[in-house]
Each structure stands twice: as C-alpha cells, then as structure tokens.
Design a protein around this ligand. Structure first.
Ligand code: TXA
Ligand code: MG
Length: 333
C-alpha cells in the first residue's frame, strides 16, 4: 500500500494515470470525493467488486455506488433513464447526489447486491473525476471505511481503517462536504429519499416533485435503503446524544463517567464544557458542522475515549443529513 499526495484542485496527470491503471487491472484505489473518501475499483469487474466488499468487511447484501464522469456514462449503465433523473443530474451533477435507476443486464449483480437497480453518482471532486477519466470505466466506491465504522474524510482515516487492504491511497486533503451523498431511488413509481445528505430536501423536491420517505413516512426518517443498517457511521466509543438544552443531564453524565474512571469526550455545538471531558467545539452552521463531524469522532476514538457526549443539533431541514448520521452513531434509546 502506498499513499501519494495530490493537489486537490489540479491533481497530477501522471499520478492519475497510474491510479487509473491500477483500477483497470482489477486493483483498489482510495480517493477523495467532495463528500468522503471512497474505496474504488472497476464497477464492471466482478472480481474487483468482490475485493471491495472483502476489504470493507461489508456484507454482500449492501450494494455499491458506481461513480461516473457524466450523464452519458450514467445512461450507459441504466436500462431506462427517466426524465426526472435527467433533470436532477442537470441540476446537481457533478455533486453529492446519488441516483438509483433500473440497471442494464451487463452491470454486475455483485455491484448491486442482486438488485435490479444500480446507484450512480457523478462526483465533483477533481481527483475523483480525474481518476474516473483515467480508469476509463465506472468506478465502484463505497466509503473507504470498515463496515459500520466511521466514514473517512482524510487519507489518514483511510490508512488507519484499511491499511494494507488497498493498493494506492490518493491523499487530496480533507473533504469539503463531510457526510455521504444524498441517495434517491428513481427505479420505482415515485422518487424516494433513501439517505439524507447535504442537499436540502426542498431543493431536490423543487426539481423532482415531492419525495416519498417510504414505509415509516413519519418525520424525517427515510425508508432504509438496502443494506442500510440502523447502527452505522459509528465511533468505537459509545456515543450519547443529549436533547438541546439538556445541559444538566450532560453535565451529570460526564461527572459520573469520569468518577468511574472512564475517559470522556465531548463533541459540542452549544453546551458548555462538561467537567473532566476532552472537548471538541463544533461549528454552529450545518455545512461547517458536517465538514468536521467525522474528523471529530475519529479524534475521540484516537484519544481512547470510552464515552462521547454530544448535544443535539437543530430540527431545521438543513440539519437532516447530520441528524441522520448522529442517530445512527448514537446508542439507541
Ligand atoms: O458520498 C457517497 O455516497 C460516498 C462517496 C465515496 O461517493 N459513498 C458512499 O457509499 O457513501 P456507501 O457504499 O458507503 O453507501 C452507499 C449507499 C448504501 O447505503 C446503499 O444503501 C445505497 O447507497 N445504494 C447503493 N446501491 C443501491 C441500490 N441499487 N438501491 C438502493 N440503494 C442503493
Ligand atoms: Mg458507507
């Protein structure tokens, strides 16, 4: 395994060519996208896709996203490219939006975990785009972490999680969005939101019409996509989320845990520093918060914290993607 630094805005053509060659030969390359780092392999090569699942320790029922350069390359994977996909791609690609559409027969079943639909995204990050172009094939890439663990937003996070399981890591510095793409299923009769991301739901609905949230329907918890497990995006430490304004409970919990000899971390937006805890201060705006969220949790794990205390974020729509990740990372009530 080798890590090579690349200029995130203008990556070296030589490095990209080498990375592309590794992908074409069936190897794995970790690379930055604007959301999180991906673990890339040739999406059309069964063996390469299996290698990705193995490196992540991911169960085979959890499908992968194929990363493409543009709408034409997306269409080449789809049996139908609905008008709503065209409009969404035009508005949000390249960018942090993944579209699920009915797949062509030649798209490997291992990629889609046997589903008849494939998830496709055209990322905006110059390194991701350069890699896809150099590879000359769609690049399958889940987040470059072990199954259920924290997603990586730096090359170092990838190194720690996947170490020798990847042939090359392209280090383009920290990612800018910080949480994974929004996933919308367009393979059924109504567009359905499967995973919140950084794009406001209202902005998507302005283009796609009202989005279904699936079975649960209530509130903002979308129907779980295939393989989307409730506990996910998790640090090693236990994570407690406190209702906003519940400073007394946060303070008491910190004091009790510290007195029992536990190492306590706190990742806080507004609550005051609790006694005895290592504190990371978070930005108060959603974009800034998302950008550093995973890095803050990785840092808590690196400090060897047993318990992480966090204060809940606002209920406003622009925090939906963050609320979803916090809910999955936290201990279930
Ligand atoms: O931002 C992102 O999306 C990052 C970067 C690397 O692009 N990738 C990422 O991949 O988060 P991953 O594998 O960790 O998450 C992909 C999600 C899965 O939770 C899965 O449920 C959904 O996309 N998905 C993939 N294929 C699908 C399909 N055929 N039908 C429905 N959902 C699918
Ligand atoms: Mg993931």
């Amino acid at each position: 395994m080798r890590t090579v630094e690349v200029d995130p805005a203008r990556p070296s053509g030589e490095v990209l060519a080498e990375a592309g060659k590794i992908i074409r030969r069936g190897g794995l390359v970790a690379f930055p996208t604007e959301t999180v780092y991906g673990l890339g392999g040739n999406a059309l090569d069964d063996a390469a896709v299996r290698r990705i699942f193995a490196a992540k320790g991911r169960p085979s029922f959890n499908p992968l996203i194929a990363h493409v350069i543009d709408v034409d390359a997306a269409r080449a994977l789809a049996v139908r490219w609905p008008a709503v996909a065209e409009r969404l791609a035009e508005r949000f690609w390249p960018g942090p939006l993944t579209l699920v559409v009915a797949k062509r027969v030649d798209v490997p079943d291992v990629l889609t975990a046997g589903l008849p639909a494939v998830a496709i995204r055209a990322p905006a990050h110059p390194v991701a785009r350069g890699l896809i172009e150099a590879a000359g094939v769609p690049v399958a890439a889940p987040s470059a972490n072990r199954f259920t663990e924290l997603s990586p937003t730096t090359a170092l996070h990838v190194q720690k999680a996947l170490g020798g399981r990847v042939d090359l890591i392209l280090d383009g510095g920290p990612t800018s969005v910080g949480i994974e793409s929004t996933v919308i299923d367009l393979s059924g009769p109504v567009p359905t939101l499967l995973r919140h991301g950084s794009i406001a739901r209202s902005d998507i609905e302005a283009v796609a019409g009202e989005l279904a949230l699936g079975a649960e329907g209530e509130g903002e918890e979308p129907r779980l996509g295939p393989g989307m497990v409730k506990r996910h995006y998790s640090p090693r430490a236990r994570l407690h989320l406190f209702a906003r304004g519940d400073v007394p409970a946060l303070t008491t919990t910190a004091a009790e845990a510290t007195s029992r000899g536990l190492r306590v971390g706190a990742v806080l937006r507004l609550a005051p520093d609790p006694p005895g805890a290592r504190v990371v201060r978070m930005p108060t705006d959603p974009a800034g918060y998302a950008r550093v969220l995973y890095a803050a949790l990785h840092q808590m794990d690196d400090l060897g914290c047993d318990l992480i205390l966090m204060d809940a974020v606002p209920d406003a729509p622009e925090w939906a993607g963050i609320r979803d990740r916090l809910r999955r990372a936290a201990d279930q009530p």
